[in-house]
Design a protein around this ligand. Structure first.
Ligand code: B16
Ligand code: MG
Length: 215
């Protein structure tokens, strides 16, 4: 078997936390009279918290001091934490659990490669934590996707070389990060957005690892 490990993004691949990020950013935007749209929220997927705020402020044409920005980042995250505190295993996206069980049986090592600093809480709330041999999240990296750091650290933690890794990503920046890491990239979602991926599936429903991971 050439490929030894599967590296998963979290938001948009295993669970849909984008709805909670949207709610929290939208509420924050209202502070300075800005209404964030769903299309804009799409562009925040895979983007770090700090970079997300900068984008929103640019869209709103709003300037702020570093002190104000820090206060808003805390406010947004506190609201987000409150929203995700109710998450449960029912929020795991369709087909994900069967797929994880499938790859475990096939002997793949499994890691998380997420930009989120709240990944651990989400994995615990949903019961997904037990599937992972390594967890690399926003607390472990200094460079955001499309920088390959998060996935390279994932490979390192699993003690496998990057070319033996398969990345599952829903964001364009994440697919780019995987390719820059020298890994195979499987896009989850829209084929137009994820055109850089080696393979694209809409979601994990009915997907068999033995079929998908044939290269
Ligand atoms: P946090 P992923 C990303 O997670 C989200 O897609 C993105 O919308 C969010 O801003 C980012 O995590 C940071 O999240 O505020 O929880 O640290 O898709 O890389 O799993
Ligand atoms: Mg994502």
């Amino acid at each position: 078997m050439k490929y030894k490990a599967c590296l998963f993004d979290l938001d948009g691949v295993l669970v849909d936390t984008a709805i909670y990020h949207f709610q929290a950013w939208k509420t924050l935007g209202a502070n300075f009279g800005y209404i964030l749209t769903e299309a804009q929220n799409e562009q925040l997927k895979g983007v770090s918290r700090v970079a997300s705020l900068d984008r929103i402020l640019a869209w709103a044409n709003k300037e702020a001091t570093q002190e104000q920005k820090n206060a808003w980042l805390i406010e947004k995250n506190d609201h987000y934490l409150q929203l995700i505190s109710h998450m449960n295993p029912g929020e795991i996206l369709p087909g994900v659990l069967l797929f994880l069980e499938d790859i475990q049986k096939l002997g793949y090592r499994i890691a998380l490669g997420s930009a989120s600093k709240n990944a651990q809480i989400i994995l615990e709330k949903t019961g997904l934590a037990t599937y992972f041999d390594a967890i690399i999240d926003g607390n472990h990296v200094s460079k955001s996707k499309p920088d390959p750091e998060v996935f390279l650290k994932g490979a390192e933690a699993l003690q496998v070389s990057p070319e033996t890794c398969i990345v599952f990503e829903d964001a364009e920046a994440g697919v780019e990060a995987a390719k820059r890491a020298g890994m195979m990239a499987i896009g989850i979602g829209d084929a137009h957005v994820l055109h850089q991926a080696d393979k694209i599936i809409p979601n994990f429903t009915g997907v068999l690892a033995s079929d998908l991971l044939k290269f």
